[in-house]
Each structure stands twice: as structure tokens, then as C-alpha cells.
Design a protein around this ligand. Sequence first.
Ligand code: MG
Length: 206
Amino acid sequence: MKTISPSKIVCVGRNYAKHAAELGGEVPDEPLLFFKPPSSLIGDGDTIVMPAASKRVDFEGEIGVIMGKEARNLAASEVWDHIEALVPVNDITARDLQRIDDQWARAKGFDTFCSVGTPIPLGDVDRSTLGVITRVNGEVVQEGDAADMVFDIPTIIEYITAIMTLEPGDLVATGTPDGVAPLSDGDVVEIEVVGVGAVKNPVVQG
Ligand code: MG
């Protein structure tokens, strides 16, 4: 069952240099933003359905940020004060459709394509050791350190709030490290944010 009800989900693409490289891309000069629809949300234990329209559905383990206060035109120094909680996110992606489409509403937007765990209040998290680990069938496939982000969390949220108001409860997904790979029917995929918690989902072919 989903644990959050954001008005929007704002995501950052290519925010780790090694991940940008593995997809054959460069890191952008500014944060690269896209949306996932709230209708894509699922929670721990819910099933990820790989749509028949795609031949390659990838996991992307990410650190998620839940906003606590309305935020518009924040300075980076004000950002942490506006964050309520951190959460593990799986930004599931139809990679083949992403390559075809200039915009990613389809590749990122299928139902069940945004798995989110239980938000943990910021005050209960050690921000100095933030990182994300992805496991498929118990085997570690991604290990990323927040220190390796191209744009850190305050910079990302300063950038977003110069464009749009972030409402309390909105989710920001901060990008995935290298190691993305396709899921298969019957897999179990788990995203852990170190010191925050994990979200684990079975995968089926739709
Ligand atoms: Mg992503």
C-alpha cells in the first residue's frame, strides 16, 4: 500500500556521473527534471507490473525527499528546514521506451512504476552517511553514495523551487547511481536508503 499522497513527484535524471556514462550520456549542466504521475505510486510489498508495451523495464534505486512545508524560491541553505522526511524510491523505467521518446511521461509513468517505502523523519536520519543500495533477489546490484551526486539535495531543491512551488508531501527523487539493469518476471527488487529503510516489491510480467 502506498505511504504518501504527493501532489507531484519531481525526479532528477543523470545525477550520478557513472550512471550517466553507463547510459551513454553526459552529466547535464543543470539538474535534468522530469515528472512521474502520482498514479504510478505503490508501497512495500505491492507488485510491480512490467507492461507488455516494453521489452526492458529497469529498476532505479534512489534517495527520496518528502517536503514538509510549502517551498518556493528557496536558497540552498534553507532547503533542509523545508524537508519532512527521507524515503527509499524505485524509479522504475521502461528503458526502451525512454530511448524512443524525447519526453519520458510514458517510460516513467506506467502504473506501479514508483515504489516508495515508509518516510522516516529527517531528524531521525544521519545525513552524513546517506546512500542507496539496490538488491535483486537478494544480490546487491547498485551501491551509491549521496556524496557522489552531481547536484546535491539542497542544490536540486533550490533549482526546482525556482520553477515551481513544492507543496507539503511532494516527493523529489534525486537520481540513481550506476548499475541499472532490467527486471524479469518473478524477481524481487529491494531499494534501501542507508539509515532510512527499504522498500521491496515482487515483479510480474503484465
Ligand atoms: Mg531515476
